[in-house]
Design a protein around this ligand. Structure first.
Ligand code: NAD
Length: 499
């Protein structure tokens, strides 16, 4: 827990002076049309800032800046250790502005400040440092070719990478997209989500302050159709690195096919199972992780453990403990208060999406239980109380589709085969957890679950050494990890005739 009180964070938030332009060639500038859109504080409904409502012409300008910088070579052909030094300085500056970033994302999307200070900001600093350090650890190869030739492979950057990020972790997801692209020597055009645009500008400004050349890191703001689409269709963009919904992720492949067959990497949603066996060594710990796993960040998490599968002989007891722990910890509150664990939804649209899912679950015959109410003092914000369903069938929409809100489905299972079948009966495959004291069950299920990530006796533990990404319609990219840097390079074969 942070030791800062809510008033401290409100003070920092009041003192913020966010940059409000597009960032192109190292300069903040309005949209060419002059149009803007508002960024809104979801805890109060108030407008924080107006950002450029960009379109094709702004995207063209940003891509021209990025490709110009790439060809100039003062980033793409910089000695690896010099590029590394700039990214280390960049990470230091990010860390020095930690409080500003924390207050900014909380103000912009309602994430509880304790998540910002404990995860988003330190994780982003770590990501830049880790990938900076990896820059000169990625080698080419000399192959075992005929002695009459020397054949070697070198790894080179791709060119301009279009990074499209979601709103649920504004700084952290922008970082996961931008950091490997920059580390590999590419130049970047970042299109942040329109719901939470502010911290992307601070990030881009700090890159220049750290010594990054202008044009290497550009930011264009606006709506998905108006900015993301032209970016993904652009003929001078070599790769789209996308994090967001499966619905929009699917479009990225279409855009690539309709334009220049650019590379596409997608990190999409999930319906992650948390599987709890009766022999788990510490049921209280399993309950706490299950609760945090679904209600953290108001359930607006790609790997939210939204399907909680519990062995039938402890189901009733588990439900009772789950409800109690959630009631004690996830009451709606001011997101600037370090004690608050449930802030507002990102906007009114997302809140109504969640409400419609709740109605659909009730109509399908599941039993809905609400944990707490929204106090009158918070009624201007887009708050959605935490809740869960029992009597759920895995065929119901609430169990199949990503709700992206603080709503869990609790379902009993009979044995490990039944749990595996239920867990895998999903179009998604991002993450899963298994809680058991039985080594065989843990290893067998870890092998059999159709999922990019499996946790045993924990949930949501992360590290930069761990590739982040899914199976099936959760996407196929791998963020973080050294592989993410390699994925932003391409090999070149050089054949020298020695005959
Ligand atoms: P979204 O798909 O609506 O939007 C993501 C981004 O795509 C935004 O910047 C948006 O403006 C842009 N976009 C929208 N329409 C577009 C179009 N037609 N062309 C190009 N770009 C377009 O997702 P969201 O609501 O911002 O984020 C929530 C989703 O992100 C959830 O599904 C969540 O699971 C997923 N997510 C996945 C991960 C992961 O690592 N797997 C991490 C965080 C979030």
């Amino acid at each position: 827990m942070s030791t800062h009180a809510a008033e401290h964070w409100h003070g920092i938030a009041r003192g913020l002076e966010p940059d409000t332009g597009n960032f192109i060639d190292g300069v903040f500038q309005p949209a060419l049309s002059g149009a803007t859109f508002p960024s809104i504080n979801p805890a109060t409904g108030e407008v924080i800032a107006e950002l450029p409502r960009s379109e094709q012409a702004d995207v063209d300008a940003a891509v021209a800046s990025a490709i110009g910088a790439f060809r100039r070579g003062d980033w793409s052909r910089l000695a690896p250790r010099d590029r590394m030094a700039i990214l280390y300085r960049f990470a230091d500056r990010l860390e020095a502005h930690a409080d500003e970033f924390a207050a900014m994302d909380t103000l912009d999307m309602g994430k509880p400040i304790s998540l910002m200070t404990e995860f988003d900001v330190p994780d982003s600093v770590y990501a830049f440092r880790f990938l900076a350090e990896a820059i000169d650890k990625v080698d080419g190869a000399v192959t075992a070719t005929d002695p009459a030739a020397l054949h070697y492979l070198i790894r080179q950057p791709l060119g301009v990478v279009g990074c499209i990020s979601p709103w649920n972790y504004p700084l952290a997801m922008a970082t996961w997209k931008v950091a490997p692209a920059l580390a590999a020597g590419n130049t970047v055009v970042l299109k942040p989500a329109e719901q939470s645009p502010l911290s992307a500008n601070l990030l881009a400004r700090l890159f220049i302050e750290a010594g990054g050349p202008p044009g290497v890191f550009n930011v264009v703001h606006g709506y998905g159709e108006e900015v993301g689409r032209p970016l993904a269709l652009h003929a001078d963009v070599a790769k789209i690195s996308f994090t967001g919904s499966a619905e929009v992720g699917r479009l990225m492949f279409r855009y690539a096919g309709e334009s220049n067959m650019k590379r596409v990497s997608t990190e999409c949603g999930g319906k992650s199972p948390q599987i709890i066996f009766s022999d788990t060594a510490d049921l209280d710990r399993a309950v706490e992780y299950a609760v945090h796993g679904i209600y953290g960040n108001q359930g607006q998490v790609c790997n939210a453990g939204s399907r909680i599968l519990v062995e039938h002989n402890i189901f009733d007891e588990f439900v009772q403990r789950f409800e109690q722990f959630a009631r004690d910890n996830y009451q709606p509150g001011d997101p600037m208060d370090p004690e608050t664990m449930l802030g507002p939804m990102v906007d009114g649209h997302q809140r109504s999406v969640v409400e419609r899912y709740i109605e659909s679950g009730i109509a399908a015959g599941a039993e809905h239980r609400r944990i707490g109410e929204v106090p009158e003092a918070l009624s201007d914000g887009y708050y959605q109380p935490a809740s869960f369903f029992v009597n759920v069938d895995n065929d119901m929409r609430i169990a199949r589709e990503e709700i992206f809100g603080p709503v869990a489905c609790l379902m009993p299972f009979r044995n490990s085969d039944d749990a595996t079948r239920l867990a895998n009966d999903s179009v998604y495959g991002l993450a899963a957890s298994i809680w058991t004291a039985d080594l065989n069950t843990a290893h067998r299920m870890a092998r059999d679950l159709e999922s990019g990530i499996v946790w045993v006796n924990c949930f949501d533990h992360l590290d930069m050494t761990m590739p982040w990404g899914g199976w099936k319609q959760s996407g196929h990219g791998r963020d973080k990890c050294i592989q993410s840097l390699i994925d932003h390079t391409q090999t070149k074969s050089v054949w020298i005739d020695l005959s």
